[in-house]
Design a protein around this ligand. Structure first.
Ligand code: SF4
Length: 199
């Protein structure tokens, strides 16, 4: 019999449910009541996203309740991973959680939620809002480009480039986002372009 991945999962899920029901009925009502665990996905909103760890770009379903990620799992409808995740992707929920000394999960207080800026020569980071951060980045890119733009090289060949800016893509972004970053860098005349995964 030819078994697709989806029908295999359905089959094993049904078998597991049947085993659980049998076990519960054998244990009797009291034990079944005692073993009840609140369902983590109860009232949670499903948010599809992309794994942040590497350039493979596996799809992940995040379950969010009251603004907090309460569960993550591989997205079975995603064309790249079809529901599977490697060990890093499987533990991605730990970006949001750390564990106390008793092994209980609690929200990670070290997670960055605001942009941080370190001024030239400074030894400390300051919190800034996104408007300030984006305006500053844009202004500095423009100033640097204006100062360093070359229309022709030493041989008189038209180059329309700046060599004072380097652009680094990110495996945290999708292929499509990196494609757009690349187009934007080229449009500005940036020629020093790379990516942490050399994609
Ligand atoms: S789940 Fe693993 S292979 Fe997939 S993107 Fe994340 S780190 Fe890469």
């Amino acid at each position: 019999m030819k078994l697709s991945r989806r029908s295999f999962l359905k089959l094993t899920g049904t078998a597991a449910a049947a085993a659980t029901l049998t076990s519960l009925s054998l244990q009797g009502d009291k034990k079944a009541e005692a073993s009840y665990q609140p369902i983590r996905l109860h009232y949670a909103r499903e948010v599809p996203t992309i794994c942040t760890f590497c350039g493979v770009g596996c799809g992940i379903l995040c379950y969010v309740r009251d603004g907090v990620v309460v569960n993550t799992e591989g997205d079975p409808d995603h064309p790249i991973n079809e529901g599977t995740l490697c060990s890093k992707g499987s533990s991605i929920i730990n970006i949001s959680y750390i564990y106390d000394e008793k092994g209980k999960p609690k929200l990670n207080p070290n997670r960055l939620t605001k942009p941080l800026y370190r001024a030239p020569g400074s030894d400390r980071w300051e919190e800034k809002d996104w408007d300030w951060m984006l305006d500053t980045i844009v202004q500095r890119i423009k100033d640097t480009r204006d100062r360093s733009f070359e229309e022709k090289d030493a041989n008189g060949v038209t180059v329309n480039r700046t060599q004072a800016i380097a652009w680094l893509g990110s495996a945290f972004c999708t292929n499509e986002e990196n494609y757009l970053f690349h187009k934007m860098a080229r449009a500005m005349g940036v020629i020093n372009i790379d990516h942490c995964a050399r994609l």
